[in-house]
Ligand binder design. Structure first.
Ligand SMILES: Nc1nc2c(ncn2[C@@H]2O[C@H](COP(=O)(O)OP(=O)(O)OP(=O)(O)O)[C@@H](O)[C@H]2O)c(=O)[nH]1
Length: 344
């Protein structure tokens, strides 16, 4: 088997769709398959890597988890991605499967293209591109007022013009996927769920399957082993990047807010939700110190829906800090967000 290509799964999906949650479920249920992870995150607080390392899964030891610094994997393939893969392949025990979590703002196609480069092509293949979808956000019209019209436009022209940058990213991620996970079904009624699935099918590749999930709970055998060889099928994955190779992420802004230790997590969550609602924040995540608690609080917001729980004890040598990253569209009012969070 030493000459066989190692399969790699690319997990894409908009900010907060549930990529890390899905990967965590895979790690915890992959049995004896030796996994490696490459994680790329938007924003300056590395939350995803922390969550996945905290799983402590034997078949995915810490040295197999590579975090690529803030930035966009789709734009820094040569500088960041290829060296990271080469380092993983240099380990004495090579992984059986590599899972790549892209940032929620990345267009997946440029990354798939990297697998067509000779240095990578001889060693790896894209087993599949998985798009994780926040079903509730789609139902609320976050990404498109009219997905049906977009699907029609794709039928007609293959290229679609969007005024809305969220739509553009979402559309690219959907159109590149071999497997679509319609996640967060717990937040959807039966009719809503059917409607979202129908709409996703309109924007997806014909061959793509849609699997419904809650909390990213999908059997790893369904996710890994798609054998799609997506690098051989680039022409059937239309992308905005095809027309605009100089794509950048100027459409989005992110900044980090440092807070003092909080006495009341519920009060913090209420302020974060208020800030998210008032300023159309897309994503909030970070770790917070709670007065008198040995555990750190993980705070996660998608739109104005904020989850929080204590994820692990602060380590003795760790500086206890409260920092959250805030992500929104360009023009996000940083001062106003900070002022909302600073309210007593
Ligand atoms: N209600 C509900 N919440 C979910 C589900 N899956 C994930 N979440 C929550 O959604 C939030 C974002 O989940 P993540 O897994 O971090 O999402 P992500 O796609 O990795 O986010 P980014 O890396 O920031 O793009 C967290 O608070 C999760 O607990 C689900 O099926 N239902």
């Amino acid at each position: 088997m030493s000459g066989a290509k190692i399969p790699a799964t690319i997990v894409t999906g908009f900010l907060g769709a549930g990529k890390t949650t899905l990967i965590r479920h895979v790690l915890e249920n992959a049995k004896d398959r030796r996994l490696a992870l490459v994680i790329n995150e938007f924003g300056d607080v590395g939350v995803d890597g922390e969550i996945l390392r905290a799983c402590g899964v034997e078949n995915c030891p810490e040295e197999n988890i590579v975090e690529l610094a803030n930035g966009c994997l789709c734009c820094t393939v040569a500088d960041d991605f290829i060296p990271a893969i080469e380092a993983l392949l240099a380990h004495e025990k090579r992984p059986d499967h590599i899972i790549i979590e892209t940032s929620g703002l990345a267009l997946p196609k440029p990354l798939v293209k990297a697998f067509d480069w000779p240095a990578i092509r001889s060693k790896l293949t894209v087993d599949g591109v998985i798009a994780v979808i926040d079903g509730k956000a789609v139902a609320e019209g976050r990404f498109a007022d009219d997905l049906d019209a977009i699907a029609q436009e794709r039928e007609d022209t293959q290229t679609i013009d969007h005024d809305n940058p969220l739509e553009e990213v979402f559309d690219d991620q959907l159109a590149c996927a071999d497997l679509i996970i319609l996640n967060k079904t717990d937040l959807l009624g039966a009719d809503e769920e059917r409607d979202v699935a129908d709409r996703l099918a309109l924007g997806a590749r014909k061959a793509a399957k849609i699997v419904r999930a809650s909390g990213g709970r999908v059997e790893p055998l369904v996710l890994l082993g798609l054998s799609a060889a997506a690098e051989d099928d680039l022409a059937n994955r239309p992308s905005h990047h095809d027309a605009e190779p100089e794509h950048d992420h100027d459409d989005f802004d992110s900044f980090v807010v440092s807070l003092s230790a909080v006495a009341d997590p519920a009060a913090l969550v209420a302020k974060l939700a208020e800030a998210a609602r008032a300023h159309d924040v897309l994503r909030i995540k970070g770790f917070v110190e709670v007065v008198g608690k040995p555990m750190r609080l993980l705070v996660q917001g998608v739109g104005a829906r904020i989850d929080h729980h204590f994820d692990r004890a602060w380590k003795p040598d760790e500086q206890r800090m409260s920092r959250v990253v805030i992500i929104g569209e360009k023009g996000l009012n940083r001062d106003a967000v900070i002022a909302t969070l600073a309210q007593p």
